[in-house]
Design a protein around this ligand. Sequence first.
Ligand SMILES: *Cc1c(COP(=O)(O)O)cnc(C)c1O
Length: 381
Amino acid sequence: MAESRHPATMAAQALGWIDEQTKALIPPVHCATTFIRDPDNQYRAGYSYGRTTNPTFVQPEALLAKLEGGAACLTFASGMAAATAVFLALRPGDHVVAPQVMYWGLRNWLKSFAAEQGLLVDFVDAGATDALAAAVKPGRTRLIWIESPANPTWTITDIAAAAEIARRAGARLAIDSTVATPVLTRPIELGADIVMHSATKYLNGHSDVVAGALVTARQDELWDRIAAIRSGNGAILGSFEAWLLLRGMRTLHLRVERASRTAQAIAEHLVRDRRVVAVLYPGLSRHPGHAVAARQMRGGFGGMLSIRVAGGESAAIATAARVTVWKRATSLGGVESLIEHRASIEGAGSPAPGDLLRLSVGIEDAADLIGDLEQSLAGAG
Ligand SMILES: *Cc1c(COP(=O)(O)O)cnc(C)c1O
């Protein structure tokens, strides 16, 4: 039984699924938008129309639910489609607690659209359990949203403590776990109700699919509303993207383990470099979230880190301009390492300091990556 296997085995074999008819090891891409009704008017196979669900979704959703230890999973057209579906399932007047440091696109959406739709959103320092607890309004707060490690300072939120705060307030805890992946953290085991992923990042892992996913701890009324929103808003993944996502997930463990190991080595190397004024990485004992991260992350601290370059914003941008192995690009979680001046993309209201470069560590040779950072920092003279 798949249940008794280790997560890396379940992922590599996509839960061991074999096509009944052909014995194919790899599933087909189902392009059908419509399905035959049974003569007695039923849809026994479970499929009716392509905006509600698609057989190609079934395997990546089942695999991710299993890896997260959840009851069900829904894939979405993007990470943003997945995240916003959770907020859209709330009702006008509901109160939400969200982090000050979080994925900028979602922060902007919460500040504009969610507020206009009548949600009351308070942004707090989610690295401080006290601040989360103080922001909750019992009876009014419906959702606590966290992200750990959080973009772009890799702030760590204590997931178990946040879950306890939510439980006592009668609210749900949802977490953007894109950066940790189920390889390193399983938030549902720590008490989270909903886990969100930008599957564009590590889950797919090859920078060639935009996708999102939600995993729920239990199938309840909120989950039914979220599923209805996916269908009603048409926020579904394309068939080919779903197929590519499953293909990417087969190597998730290898990629995340390698990226985490290399990120740790890069962080430890740069901490000694005087051209770098700060290295932000939860795997360093000096990171304010290190102790909590060590408790809730297993087997590594992830592939994302940021550095603050001596000389300020212009020195940071000039450093990024000199890389040859790293690629100057936004996004994260792919096999190729990316470097980005974060304040330039986040714009006004960003908590990213001007001297900050965000590094997404890929699976290349660690010495090549360190050597390239060395030469680009050296260019600052
Ligand atoms: C990229 C990202 C998102 C948004 O996902 P999309 O797939 O781009 O819509 C959300 N959260 C985090 C942490 C991300 O990195």
